[in-house]
Design a protein around this ligand. Structure first.
Ligand code: ATP
Length: 329
C-alpha cells in the first residue's frame, strides 16, 4: 500500500491514469499515463503542454467530472475517488467552454450562482466579485454585449462565489487577444493574492512563465519536467545559440560542434540546431568558425536565454508552438 497523501498540500497526485475506452473495435486511448505532482497551498501552479497532451483530462479528473482510471488524487485534503462531493465543496472550476446565458446581466448571473450556493449576503458577495474581476461598471449589461475577455472574467467570478480553496482554470486565455489575455492574468493574480490556490492549464509558454510559481510540463500523457520556471530554464545551462541549417547539415554540424568549449549539449530545433552553452556571447564566434571550417554556412544565428520552449524541446525533441515537428522526427 502507498503511504497516506499529505493533507497540507492543495493538490497531491500519484500515478494518475486515464484510459478512454475505444468501443466498437477502436483502440483504447491512454490520455494520462501515470502522473505524479504536488501543488502547495497558495501557489499558482501551471500545467503546460501542447494540444492533446492530456491537460483537460487531468483537470476533469481532479474536479471530479471524469472518473479516474487508476492512481490517487487528493484535492484540498480530500480523496477525489472516495469523497467527490466533499471535493466539490472546496473547488471552483472554469472550464474551456464558457456556458453563460447571453440574455442575463453579469450581476443576475452571479446572484443566481450565489443563490445556488446559499451565500449568506448575495448582494455583498456579488459586488465584491464584480470588483475583483473588474466588471463592476458592466454589471448591469446583458452578457451578449460582453467581449470574450469579459466573459472569461465573469466565468472566473462565478467559479469563486463559494470561496473555494482551489480554483481550476482550463486554458483561461485561449482564443483571447493579447490585451484581454493580460487582463485575465491580472485577475488571476488578484484572486491568488486573496488566498486561493490556482491550478491552470495552458498551451502558452508566456502564460506559464509570467503567472506560475511552479509548473509541470505534460506531453502525450506523461510529465516531462516540473519545477519553477527559472529552475527549469536554469537546468538547461545559461544560454542557447540557435543556428538555422538545412536538414542534411544537421549531422555534420553536430560533429563539427562536438569540440565547442563550454558546451552542455545540442538538440534538433526544427529548422536547425539549438546549442546550449555556459557563456553564449563568448561561444557565438566559435560556433560560426567551427561550422564554416566544416563547410557549413548557417542561414541564421541567434543567441537567447533559454525559454520554457527550450525546456520542452530538451525534454521531447519538439517545439511546443511555432516549431517544425517534421524536422525532429
Ligand atoms: P487541448 O489543449 O487541445 O485541450 P489537452 O492537453 O487538454 O488538449 P486532452 O483534451 O486531455 O488534451 O486529450 C488528451 C487525449 O485524450 C487526446 O488524444 C484526446 O484525443 C483524447 N481524448 C480526450 N477526450 C476524450 C474522450 N472523451 N474520448 C476519447 N478520447 C479522448
Amino acid at each position: 500500500m502507498s503511504t497516506p497523501l499529505d493533507a497540507d498540500l492543495a493538490i497531491e497526485v500519484r500515478g494518475l491514469v486515464k484510459r478512454y475506452r475505444g468501443g466498437r473495435g477502436q483502440d483504447d486511448i491512454d490520455a494520462v499515463r501515470g502522473i505524479d505532482l504536488v501543488v502547495r497551498r497558495g501557489e499558482v501552479f501551471g500545467f503546460l503542454g501542447p494540444n492533446g497532451a492530456g491537460k483537460t483530462t487531468t483537470v476533469r479528473m481532479l474536479c471530479t467530472l471524469l472518473p479516474i482510471s487508476d492512481g490517487h488524487a487528493k484535492v484540498a485534503g480530500v480523496d477525489v475517488r472516495r469523497d467527490p462531493a466533499e471535493v466539490r465543496r472546496h473547488i471552483g472550476v472554469a472550464l474551456q467552454e464558457v456556458g453563460l446565458d447571453p440574455t442575463q446581466t453579469g450581476r443576475e448571473l452571479l446572484e443566481l450562482q450565489c443563490a445556488l450556493y446559499r451565500v449568506a449576503d448575495p448582494a455583498g458577495r456579488c459586488a465584491e466579485l464584480l470588483a475583483l474581476v473588474g466588471l463592476s461598471e458592466a454589471a448591469n449589461r446583458t452578457i451578449k454585449t460582453y467581449s470574450g475577455g469579459m466573459k472569461r472574467r465573469l466565468d472566473l467570478a462565478t467559479a469563486l462565489v463559494h470561496k473555494p480553496q482551489v480554483l481550476f482554470l482550463d486554458e483561461p486565455t485561449t482564443g483571447l487577444d493579447p490585451a484581454s489575455r493580460a487582463t485575465v492574468w491580472e485577475e488571476v493574480r488578484r484572486i491568488n493574492a486573496a488566498g486561493t490556490t490556482i491550478f491552470l492549464t495552458t498551451q502558452y509558454l508566456e502564460e506559464a512563465d509570467q503567472l506560475c510559481d511552479r509548473l509541470a510540463i505534460i506531453d502525450d500523457g506523461r510529465l516531462v519536467a516540473a519545477g519553477t520556471p527559472d529552475s527549469l530554464k536554469a537546468e538547461l545551462g545559461s544560454d542557447v545559440i540557435t543556428v538555422g541549417l538545412r536538414q542534411d547539415e544537421h549531422r555534420p554540424a553536430r560533429d563539427a560542434l562536438a569540440v565547442l568549449p563550454g558546451m552542455d549539449h545540442v538538440t534538433d530545433a526544427g529548422e536547425g540546431l539549438a546549442v546550449y552553452v555556459r557563456d553564449g556571447a563568448a561561444a557565438v564566434a566559435d560556433v560560426v568558425r567551427l561550422l564554416v571550417d566544416a563547410g557549413i554556412r548557417p542561414g541564421t544565428v541567434t543567441l537567447a536565454r533559454p525559454s520554457l520552449d527550450d525546456v520542452f524541446l530538451a525534454s521531447t525533441g519538439r517545439r511546443i508552438e511555432g516549431g517544425a515537428p517534421e524536422a525532429a522526427a
